[in-house]
Structure formats: C-alpha cells, structure tokens
Design a protein around this ligand. Sequence first.
Ligand code: SF4
Ligand code: SF4
Ligand code: SF4
Length: 292
Amino acid sequence: MNKMSKFSHITKVHPCYNEKLHDKIGRVHLPVAPKCNIACRFCKRSVGEDCCEHRPGVSYRILKPEDVEEYLKKMLEKIPNLKVVGIAGPGDSLFNKETFETLEIINDKFPDLIKCLSTNGLLLPKYAKKLADLDVKTVTVTVNAIDPKILKDIVDWVYHNKKVYKGEEGAKILIENQIDGIKKAYDEDLIIKVNTVLIPEINMDHIIEIAKTLKDYVFLQNIIPLIPMYKMRNLRRPTCMEMSSVRDKCEEYIRQFRACQQCRADAAGLLSEEKILREKGLNLDIYDLKHF
Ligand code: SF4
Ligand code: SF4
Ligand code: SF4
C-alpha cells in the first residue's frame, strides 16, 4: 500500500521490522505490564489480579515506572546503537496503567527513542488514539485466528468490560476487537505488525485467512512456532518445512518477517549480545514468557 512507504523512516531503523538490521540495532524491553486480560492456553499464568506465575527455578521481577529512568540510562550506556524501547508485557501492555505512565516517562526523558508496544489487541480500539498521542510508532498485535471456532481452542477466556467470557463467545469478542483495533491503529498512522503463533494441530491451515483479512492494514506479519507448554505442552512444534510453507503462502498478502527468535519480555540489546548483558547482570531476572 502507498501509505506504507511513508513509514520508511521508522521501518528502516526498527530491528523487528527490518531483517537486515535485526542484529545491528539495539532494542530494550521494559517489563512494566504484568497483568493480562485473556488466557492463552500456551501461556502459563495464574488467574486473578496478578497473572505472573513463575516457573520452577526461574524468578521474575517487574519493573516499576519510577525505576524506568534509571534502568534506561544504564541501558543506553551499555547497549550500542540502542534505538527502540518496547513494552511487551509480560502480560498485556494495554491492560496495565503502568504502560501509559512509562510511555510518558520515555517521552519526557528519552524523546529520541522509538516507542514500540505489543498487545493481544483486546483493548486496542479503546487505546489506539491514546498510543498515537503518546507518540508510539509501532504496535505488534498477536492474532492467532480470526474464526472463533478455531480461537476458542487457543484462548480459554477473555476478560472484557468487567466480565469473563469463555470459549467461542470470548474468542468472538477478542477477534472483533483485534480487527477493529488494528483498523483504528492504522487510521492513526501506527505501523502494525501481526504476530501469529503457528500451532500445527489448530491453526496451520487457517493462518492464511488472517493474512487475507488484515492485509490492507498491516505492514508485516511475524509467524512464530508454538513453544509447547502449559495446556499445550502435549502439542507439537511446527517443523521448519511447515513454518516456511505457511510463511510463503501468507507472503502473497502480507510481507513476512523471518528472523524472530521470540524475545523475553525483558530482552535487551542486540540479539547477539543478550547473553553478554545477562552475564553482566544487566537483564532483569524475569520469568521466561515470550511476548506472543
Ligand atoms: Fe520488537 Fe515486539 Fe519488542 Fe517492539 S515490542 S521492540 S516489535 S520485540
Ligand atoms: Fe496474555 Fe500474552 Fe500470555 Fe496470551 S501469551 S495469556 S496475551 S500474556
Ligand atoms: Fe526480534 Fe522477535 Fe525479539 Fe522482536 S521478539 S526483537 S522480532 S527476536
């Protein structure tokens, strides 16, 4: 689409939008958003106010907005070429007021960093304009199915407007809000990437429908393999052949990103340097939840 070319000043420097830069430009995630408003069956979390549950042997820490300035200052000293700061959970970014407080702090103290955010999209219709007003440039929405009959097998429940909706009913609400939110975000000139978890037994043949439905609003699609855990621990990962076949089919509709290594919610630096940062004790020790 023509509109996409006007995004090039961002997509040229954002490592998650440009495979060639993926390991050259630094990005840092601020894990300020612990709570989530949906229950993906591959995501281990407890039900209730605090959805963060740590897995055996892995501790976690959530960053508080008041600590963001100091943390980012340290990161800017240590990470070469740090250009992007992202909020990727570990719950749903938009379901946590700390996300918005953090974005204001970044605007105030680090106005040159590109602000990025990932979300399940349930609250995107409500917040698309607010994100644009806060100068967020890029938004990743995870869309794993656009048919409630399929999504009900991926998401157990959806908490919306103070009510819990289960099964197909919840899935329908989530899908409607994701599509509506993506359209609103597009109208606000946010650059949208869609992440899709490929779960062979559930959505493999359906992912192309996601690409067809969203093609006019989305800059990029990032199809990532299921990491079998929690209620999906008995399902299998897709093979490389399956991954590339689905990506090739979807590429007819949306450009595909193929370099993702599924970062943690507290990821920092260049991908090649993450281990070094961890050794230097610079990463927060947060539980190992991927930002699907
Ligand atoms: Fe990249 Fe997602 Fe992080 Fe944004 S939120 S910097 S797209 S990994
Ligand atoms: Fe929430 Fe993300 Fe976990 Fe799904 S994967 S339940 S959206 S934190
Ligand atoms: Fe790159 Fe994927 Fe990590 Fe984003 S989540 S920085 S695309 S590896």
